[in-house]
Design a binder for this molecule. Structure first.
Ligand SMILES: NC(=O)C1=CN([C@@H]2O[C@H](COP(=O)(O)OP(=O)(O)OC[C@H]3O[C@@H](n4cnc5c(N)ncnc54)[C@H](OP(=O)(O)O)[C@@H]3O)[C@@H](O)[C@H]2O)C=CC1
Ligand SMILES: CC(=O)C(=O)O
Ligand SMILES: [Mg+2]
Length: 759
């Protein structure tokens, strides 16, 4: 049958695969091949030394080749999604797709391998011969019953994990959804009646796992293309189905499904009819998981059974029960522990990790992936979304630990905390750079006031800030609005318990704040009348007043409105730190090449040499908090005196002032951008520079250069912006930008808390 895909999706998918180049993958070299020596190292003769080392000790392949992070996704194309036996070539887009998911979700490299082999012996011979290349084998879309024997024999033959994803990946994710549906429906696994449509790879493995988790065989009814699997049936039978044969007169799905609590469809599109659903038990769980067309479309199922919990395998409906939630992470854990197989203990660890995660509060990243329509644990969100960044942090370690505890790990993980941290690299590029900041913040959390406390990003950030224990949030916002939004976004933080609230419309401290404002700004044109108005209408003013009154330690604003307006209030109320001429803005870019800090990206249009020296001093102090040694480059169009115009001289003088003031600081200039970032280039122009290595604080000659460079790197490069960090204010106060994400707000909160700890 033709699959149910809209015309739009059908043509879109063809274009996606065709352009700009065919397919979805390429191979990338991870080592340079820039010269004759590289060639001699990468290939003959140098490579021979590496071959000899592995010949002498095969375990060294894990250190010297990419084997340990390489998985084969192997298919013979006999059961491709629900499209049936379309052959190996037509299966290639699916296998390439799996490779992309492995890479994107878990950093695992994949060769997709489509084999023209249908006989069990042939498949086993071909796949077993691949062992030297790979760290693991993911069998895919190989039909039952052959897949069972193929997998069993390969597991016996091979010393690396062999995992038939349609069996076990599906079983794990279905089991996780069932655990949570039972939890919501207050039903017990050993009491529920389960009916399947499908008795193939996915269905049989799922049932076996459910039995090992407590489901009773006598409560399980299996149906396939021939109808009910009953004792004595001969047509289209195999021993795997036979294990679930019922002694019954029922012959059709319609008869078997009466009174069932759970329907598991792992068969073909459209086989489940609304009248069948009406015969199911109370609050049934309907899992119509055939791809791409489910056994019943969710809207039809919902109409027949408004009380049902409904899942499909597709990303365009709620409750996507798809093995993509499992295979990248289970392999990550297995490869990292050097597991020789993926055993029952590892699978059950994955089930529990996934089920538990769904019951936690959703993260802002999940919400963004779903366009703000946050999945909150409940009938429409039984399992996490595949974009939930926490999946890798929970599932991979749970699996690795289970591998170690069940004795199949060849390289047990010695330092689990370090392992957990290393998994952050898949989550936020900011993860590791921000790590010391988060650790410090947690040690002495501060009170952080957020001017735009009703904003979704601020609310989501506050949830993380509370969960991470890095600050006590104070939100400026109307209580009713904040309450409604917390509810809508599925956030669990509550006023008073987790954070404090200042209601701009009605707060007992209003008069005191007005008075403070007049006291500090009365000589800057702020009359009592202006003060009364602004304290009512301008949250940034309230936040700044809270900081100077000691009601908060830190303020964050700027999610809405212009930077310069917020800055005006901060200058007026909070002012500058003692001895500082003016505030400045430092913007961080986390790039694949590391963290870089640019200044002044927002405040002073045309700073003098003295200003620049001061900005760089303030920036260096901030950068040290990240555990990063500051390396300052004063940037110019000129390289170390190559030009002698006034602009070049300004940067030269700034470098000199700074070097005189702080002889221990690595600083030099004036220099061009490549001299700052490529030490070999700098060495050529000026051997023995005071600056060693790659500069990380890039001081720009003026605001235009700083701002343009920052925005361009942000767009061109694969980099994550953090900041701007306001330098030199009297108390910690930062002005975010309207494009900031909730994660950006959390990062700035941690940075500001650490700043507050240090004054
Ligand atoms: N959401 C997810 O994550 C996953 C979904 N799936 C989906 O599950 C389905 C089965 O995959 P898989 O187990 O790998 O394939 P198999 O070929 O191994 O099994 C297919 C099973 O479905 C049965 N079947 C086929 N057509 C019908 C029909 N019209 N009525 C009743 N039963 C039927 C077959 O019956 P018989 O035994 O009599 O031939 C067989 O038991 C596919 O649609 C696939 O996309 C699979 C893996 C993961
Ligand atoms: C998801 C998957 O593996 C399948 O439908 O076959
Ligand atoms: Mg599959």
């Amino acid at each position: 049958m033709a699959s149910y895909i809209s015309d739009d999706l059908r043509s879109g998918a063809l274009v996606y695969h065709r352009l700009p180049r065919p397919g979805k993958l390429e191979i990338q070299a991870t080592k340079p091949l820039a010269n004759q020596r590289d060639l001699a190292l990468a290939y003959t003769p140098g490579v021979a030394a590496v071959c000899e080392a592995i010949a002498a000790d095969p375990a060294l392949a894990a250190e010297l080749t990419c084997k340990q992070n390489l998985v084969a996704v192997v298919s013979n194309g006999t059961a491709v999604l629900g499209l049936g036996n379309i052959g190996p070539l037509a299966s290639k887009p699916v296998m390439e797709g799996k490779a992309v998911l492995f890479k994107k979700f878990a950093g695992i490299d994949v060769f997709d391998i489509e084999i023209d082999a249908n006989e069990v012996d042939h498949v086993v011979t071909v796949v077993a011969a691949l062992e030297p290349t790979f760290g693991g084998i993911n069998l895919e879309d190989i039909k039952a019953p052959e897949c069972f024997e193929i997998e069993t024999r390969l597991r016996e033959k091979m010393g690396i994990p062999v995992f038939h994803d349609d069996q076990h990946g599906t079983a794990i994710i279905v089991a996780a959804a069932i655990v949570n549906a039972l939890f919501l429906g207050s039903k017990k696994i050993d009491e529920v009646k389960i009916v399947t449509s499908g008795a193939g790879a996915a269905a049989i493995a799922t049932l076996n796992l459910l039995v090992s988790m407590g489901a009773k065989r006598e409560n399980i009814w299996v149906t396939d293309i021939e109808g009910v699997v009953y004792e004595g049936r001969e047509k289209l039978m195999d021993p795997y189905k036979g294990a679930f044969a019922q002694k019954t007169e029922a012959r059709t799905l319609a008869e078997a499904i009466v009174g069932a609590d759970i329907f598991i469809g792992l068969s073909a599109g459209g086989v489940l009819k609304p009248e069948m659903l009406k015969a199911m038990g109370e609050r049934p769980l309907i899992m119509a998981l055939a791809n791409p067309t489910p056994e019943i479309m969710p809207d039809i199922a919902r109409e027949a059974r408004p009380d049902a919990m409904i899942c499909t395998g597709r990303s365009d409906f709620p409750n996507q029960v798809n093995n993509v939630l499992c295979f990248p992470f289970i392999f990550r854990g297995a490869l990292d522990a050097g597991a020789t197989q993926i055993n029952e203990e590892m699978k059950i660890a994955a089930v529990n990790a996934i089920a538990e995660l769904a019951r936690e509060t959703p993260s802002d990243v999940v919400a963004r992936a779903y366009g703000g329509d946050t999945p909150v644990f409940g009938p429409n969100s039984l399992i996490p979304s595949p974009f939930d960044p926490r999946l890798i942090q929970r599932v991979a370690p749970a699996v690795a630990r289970a591998a170690m505890e069940s004795g199949v790990s060849q390289r047990p993980i010695a330092d689990f905390d370090a392992y957990l941290e290393s998994l952050d690299r898949f989550v936020f590029r900011s993860g590791l750079v921000m790590k010391p900041i988060f650790t410090s913040a947690r040690q002495a959390p501060k009170r952080v006031i957020y001017a735009e406390g009703e904003d979704e990003r601020i609310l989501r950030a506050a949830q993380v800030v509370v969960e991470e224990g890095i600050a006590r949030p104070i939100l400026i916002g109307r209580p009713a609005v904040v309450d409604t939004r917390l509810e809508r976004f599925g956030l669990s933080i509550r006023p008073n318990r987790d954070f404090d609230l200042i209601n701009p419309d009605d707060d007992p401290r209003y008069r005191d704040y007005v008075q403070t404002y007049v006291d500090v700004a009365g000589r800057q044109g702020v009359t009592p009348e202006i003060a009364r108005t602004l304290v009512r209408t301008t949250p940034t003013v309230i936040a700044a007043l809270a900081v100077i009154r000691g009601d908060a330690d830190v303020m964050l604003c700027g999610v809405e409105g212009r930077f310069i307006r917020h800055l005006r209030h901060i200058r007026t109320i909070i002012g500058k730190a003692p001895g500082v001429q003016d505030v400045a803005a430092l913007s961080m870019l986390l790039t694949p090449k590391g963290a870089f800090f640019l200044c002044d990206t927002q405040v002073t249009m045309d700073p003098s040499a003295e200003d620049l020296a001061e900005i760089a001093t303030l920036a260096a102090a901030h950068v040290r908090r990240f555990g990063i040694e500051p390396r300052v480059a004063m940037l110019s169009h000129s390289d170390f005196g190559a030009r002698d115009d006034e602009r070049a001289r300004k940067m030269r003088r700034a470098a000199q002032i700074l070097a005189d003031r702080d002889p221990n600081l690595m600083v030099d200039g004036e220099m061009e951008g490549d001299s700052a970032l490529v030490p070999e280039m700098r060495e050529r122009v000026l051997p023995g520079s005071r600056l060693q290595g790659v500069a990380n604080i890039l001081v720009m000659p003026n605001l235009e250069a700083a701002n343009i460079a920052y925005q361009m790197v942000k767009v061109f490069g694969d980099s994550l912006p953090v900041g701007p960090i306001l330098l030199g204010s009297g108390r910690p106060a930062h002005i975010l930008t309207p494009s900031v994400t909730a994660r950006g707000v959390v990062n700035m909160t941690a940075i500001a808390v650490v700043e507050a700890q240090n004054i």
